[in-house]
Design a protein around this ligand. Sequence first.
Ligand code: NI
Length: 167
Amino acid sequence: MALLNILRFPDPRLATVAKPVQAVDERIRTLVRDMAETMYAAPGIGLAATQVNVHEQVVVLDLSETKDDLQVFINPQIVAQSVETEVCEEGCLSVPGIYDQVERSMRVTVEALDLDGKKFKVEADGMLAVCLQHEIDHLQGTVFVEHLSRLKQTRIKTRLQKQAKAL
Ligand code: NI
């Protein structure tokens, strides 16, 4: 197990488009374990491989209060989404201390592979729908703040650059 370094916005590597995982093998299972450890330690509720500078389509989530319900999505694809949208406050381990409202589909259907390489499908709403869209965005090189206005994005970049300098 290892803690991985989380890239911070506006690191240009966060804009990389992740490639599909070719084989769900020991290397991927180790990546998933390390990503889970990194997410729990942060602490956070979701992490995409892009955020730890691995550009393959892997997402981990744990939305439980008790932090014992790890969900793993390999090569996740949104196969259906509702036209109805919902606005939720989001945050991100790559954008520490920043929270803002993002509008997304209320419901999504996602297909992915599990740790055994088996295909599964989830019909998500609520928090799970929000998180899946947020994490799948990461795999496509998009950070949630890029859904905000240009002005807000500029402000957030300035604030994070100041924080980074202060460290
Ligand atoms: Ni994020």
